[in-house]
Ligand binder design. Structure first.
Ligand code: NCD
Length: 308
C-alpha cells in the first residue's frame, strides 16, 4: 500500500511499509556519499509551512528537497507571518499553498491539524509535528537510527523517559517499533506526564509488553535503547508546573555508568537539561547521528511521495 500523505505512524500497518522507507533512506545515504543522488524532485516545489519553531525538521526537509533537485518555498514563522495572523483558517491557507506547491510539509501547534489540512490538500502532505500528537518523519528516522546502531529492530528493551504525555516523537516511534516482534517497552515518566491511554491500548491490541514506572535508574541496566525526551514547555498552561517537572530525569555520566555497554542513547533534540553535556563524548550517545539520519529519511520520504 502506498501512502499519499504521511500524517501519523498509525498509517503504517505493516513492517513492509516501514522497511521500504528504511531501505530507501539507506540508498539515499549511500547516494549522498557517492554524489549520485536521484534528481527525482526536479521540477517539483515543496512548501514548508511551520507554525511552530523548528531547526532540524524544517532544515532537513528543505535540504532533502534541494539535494533531490527540488525547490522550496514556505514560511518558518507561519504563526506570525502568514495570513493566519489576519484570521485565515488553516484549511484556506492549505488550499492556497497546495495550488502553488507539489507537496506540503507542515508543523502546527494543534493536535490533529495535519489531518484537517490533508483533507483539503490535493497534494501530498507530511505532518512535521502536530501539537502533542504525532511526528511520523521523526519516528521513521528513529527506526533508521536504531537499525543502524543496533543492527536490528526486534527483540529490544526500549526505555522511553520524560514527557511521554506531550512528546509526539514518543507516540510516533513506539507505534512503529511495536510492529516488530519481541520488543519490550519501559515507560518512565512522572504521573502527570504519563503515556496517554490511547497508546497503551494500541500496545495491548498488538500484544506488546510494556511497563510503567517513575524510576529511570531501575531500567538503565536492561535498556538496549534509552530514548530521552524534553519536557514540552510549550504545552503547559502553568509555568510553575513546567518548572516543577522539567528536571524530573537527568542522564549524567553517573547514571550512564549503570547502562548497558552497547545501549544506544537517543533524543529527538533539542536537549535542555535531560542529558548532561558530558554524556555527548560517550560512544553510546547517538543523538547527533540520529539528527543527521533525519536528512536521509526525509529524502526517502520526499522521493517516495513525489519521485516515483
Ligand atoms: C521534537 C519535536 O518537535 O517534537 N523535535 C524535533 O523535531 N527534532 C522534539 C522536541 O521538540 O522536544
Amino acid at each position: 500500500m502506498k501512502l499519499k500523505c504521511v500524517l501519523s505512524t498509525e498509517q503504517f500497518t505493516s513492517r513492509q511499509m516501514v522497511n521500504e522507507l528504511l531501505d530507501l533512506a539507506g540508498e539515499m545515504e549511500k547516494g549522498l556519499q557517492r554524489g549520485s543522488l536521484p534528481q527525482s524532485l526536479s521540477g517539483k516545489i515543496v512548501a514548508c509551512m511551520f507554525f511552530e519553531p523548528s531547526t532540524r525538521t524544517r532544515l532537513s526537509f528543505e535540504t532533502a528537497a534541494l539535494r533531490l533537485g527540488g525547490q522550496v518555498i514556505g514560511t518558518e514563522n507561519a504563526q506570525i507571518s502568514s495570513s493566519t495572523v489576519k484570521g485565515e483558517i488553516l484549511e484556506d491557507t492549505i488550499r492556497i499553498v497546495s495550488g502553488y506547491a507539489d507537496c506540503i510539509v507542515m508543523r502546527h501547534p494543534q493536535d490533529g491539524a495535519a489531518e484537517v489540512a490533508a483533507k483539503v490538500s490535493p497534494v501530498p502532505l507530511i505532518n512535521a509535528g502536530d501539537g502533542g500528537n504525532q511526528h511520523p518523519s521523526q519516528a521513521l528516522l528513529d527506526l533508521y537510527t536504531i537499525k543502524k546502531e543496533k543492527g536490528r529492530l526486534e527483540d529490544l528493551d526500549i526505555a522511553m523517559v520524560g514527557d511521554l504525555l506531550y512528546g509526539r516523537t514518543i507516540h510516533s516511534t513506539l507505534t512503529l517499533l511495536s510492529l516488530y516482534p519481541n520488543n519490550r517497552f519501559h515507560f518512565i515518566a512522572p504521573q502527570r506526564l504519563a503515556l496517554p491511554q490511547k497508546y497503551k491500548d494500541l500496545l495491548k491490541e498488538r500484544n506488546v509488553f510494556f511497563d510503567e514506572s517513575e524510576d529511570m535508574r531501575a531500567v538503565l541496566p536492561k535498556a538496549d535503547v534509552l530514548y530521552m525526551t524534553r519536557v514540552q514547555k510549550e504545552r503547559f498552561e502553568s509555568k510553575e508546573e513546567y518548572e516543577k517537572l522539567k528536571d524530573a530525569y537527568i542522564l549524567d555520566t553517573a547514571a550512564l555508568g549503570e547502562a548497558k555497554e552497547d545501549a544506544v542513547i537517543m533524543h529527538a533534540l533539542p536537549r535542555i537539561n535531560e542529558i548532561a553535556l558530558a554524556v555527548d563524548k560517550d560512544p553510546r550517545a547517538a543523538y547527533f547521528r540520529q539528527a543527521r539520519n533525519g536528512l536521509y529519511m526525509r529524502m526517502a520520504l520526499l522521493h517516495y511521495l513525489l519521485g516515483g
